[in-house]
Design a protein around this ligand. Sequence first.
Ligand code: DQA
Length: 155
Amino acid sequence: MRIAVVNGPNLQLLGQREPEIYGTSTLADINGELEASGKELGAQLEFFQSNSEGALLDYIAEAARRVDGFVVNPGALTHTSVALRDALVGVGRPFVEVHLSNPAARESFRQRSYLSGAALGVVSGFGPRSYRLGLEGLVAVLRAPQNPRASGRSD
Ligand code: DQA
């Protein structure tokens, strides 16, 4: 099983960015821990971060040929990007939306997610653990093909 972990704008700044909200772990720390979780769960991970919406869309289209699903922290694109939602829906792989913070408990402009309605599930508010929890959920569903929402890779 292969899973892509995708991070959107400004998540490369983790560690220094608003630590009172996002904590002090860097993206490299988070990805390192996830890599270990992936091994425990029997999933091979690949990682991608970009501040560019277009680069994210291109990556998703290309990665979908080889991965079974996505764990995505879309950053601020959560609240603005129909294109990111369309890309994830368009490739036909299940994805889990994750957030370090709980956007529902923050400013009103963070209350809307363009992705949640198309996601297999959403994990928010657990800091770096949100990624691990999202990965666990995704792997579990991909291993339970009776779940109609688990449309993993068939080739
Ligand atoms: C975030 C929440 C978003 O509202 C914000 O724009 C981010 C990070 C999170 O992980 O909590 O960039 O996705």
